[in-house]
Design a protein around this ligand. Sequence first.
Ligand code: SF4
Ligand code: SF4
Length: 350
Amino acid sequence: MKYRPLGNTGLTVSAVGYGALGSPTSTPELIQLAVEGGITYFDTARKYKGSEMKIGMALKGLDRGKLILSSKSQARAPAPFLDEFSESMKLLGTEYLDILFTHDVSTPENWKQIRDSGVIDAMRQLKLQGRIRHLGCSTHDSAVGREIIESGSFEVVMLAYNAANPELEDTLIPLAKDRGLGVIGMKPLGGGVLTDQRSRELGFEVSAAEALRFALSNPGIDSVIPGLDTAEYVQTALNALHGHTPITPEERRELLGRVTIRGRNYCRGCGYCQPCPEGVAIVEILKLYNRWEIYNRADWAQMHLIRTEFARTVPMANGPEVCIKCNACTVKCPYNLPIPELMEASKEMR
Ligand code: SF4
Ligand code: SF4
């Protein structure tokens, strides 16, 4: 259970990998702690500021052959894609990547660009040259994900899977497995939403350990990659890696029941919708609005606190008031959240 084959790639990965999305507060020391504890899979991206350099520093001097390393590019044409790849290799200080992902291919337009622009051919060339070992694609959208998997162009797929998004276990995960793809589960903590402090206070939180256990219990997932940006999270990941026991049907029912209280329109804080051309602070607003919805207008003391924080952190110039409903953000949200509607609703916090 600790180490699983990654689809038909021939690679073996630690069932819990190191997600570097939280790398602004991650450090080479944390990465080393993870290596020493037995994590062998490390995932980063060109987009995660500073992350490739930190991983490169941490992995210096280690046996590269024992580690599985992936990065991602969000470029949608061959030339910038290859430029980003070269930059990733330089910062990571490696001769090859085990997996190179096309990053966040989550709209039909994105998929068309990747499929038709020559990016996949460029990736195949890199594989022939021995500079990457396998082609991967990450997506947040079910319909696009199906096309990506069925295209046969990729050997590994990265999907958002957690107790708030369990639907994929009946759709894309078995589809990918049937076709021999490796499946990486990203956002096992729901982008932090599942384990948020306010939920804990209200008594329906999910601990990071529970969230990892849920994701690891799906045999279709080869590795889950929580963002590990504190020593406590690294330790939780190592405990999950070494002490995993599958979740029972009763525990699963209870956990899903707790999570659904949040409703479906919660923002995961990924930031892909930004920047807003009008300057709306979408992520900050929705972070507070998540809490507002959780309290469901029932706890006036807490709602007063949220109002105060909203007034302090979101000035009118960056508030929902300046949203012109242009939908430039909506098309970028991998979860298809109706952001203009949420902006309208979040005015209630003022
Ligand atoms: S819909 Fe509103 S929040 Fe979204 S990009 Fe347009 S102005 Fe900004
Ligand atoms: S609105 Fe969507 S894209 Fe923006 S931060 Fe939230 S989940 Fe991410």
